[in-house]
Design a protein around this ligand. Structure first.
Ligand SMILES: [Zn+2]
Length: 136
């Protein structure tokens, strides 16, 4: 469910702040997004590593950080009934999440509900970095 966010560097968002090609975690309900310097470092190694395998310790750290963030984010921000109601829709994201995530290049693929299309069409072209969690 990734698009290709292009032009972020030209828009003043360097890859050291957010790398659209790097691993990340995001919330399908509210659009909160998480990417740390470790995530970006892994992508940098992949980009310049000439096909070498991912460093296992860094890959494990990135996976652990993302899983930990998902668990804490969900516990702090969403109720089980909210999660259950969303699951019933069968949608990839809520319209609110689609509106936040589209500028980061994260878009649902496949059949799209008109509410999701509208949310992405109305989204700002530049991502709001205040919504990016994970430190610098
Ligand atoms: Zn959320």
């Amino acid at each position: 469910m990734m698009g290709a966010a292009v032009g972020l560097e030209q828009a003043g968002i360097p890859l050291t702040v957010f790398d659209p090609a790097a691993p990340l975690a995001a919330c399908r309900l509210c659009g909160a997004i998480f990417q740390t310097p470790y995530h970006r470092e892994l992508q940098k190694i992949r980009r310049y590593g000439q096909g070498l395998p991912d460093p296992p310790d860094l890959l494990a750290k990135v996976l652990d950080l993302g899983n930990e963030w998902r668990k804490k984010h969900t516990e702090r921000n969403h109720t089980q009934s909210e999660i259950d109601a969303f699951t019933q829709t069968g949608w990839a994201f809520t319209p609110e999440a689609a509106n936040v995530l589209a500028p980061f290049g994260i878009i649902p693929m496949g059949n799209l509900h008109p509410d999701l299309i509208s949310a992405m069409m109305e989204a700002p072209r530049k991502p709001d970095l205040r919504l990016l969690e994970g430190g610098e």
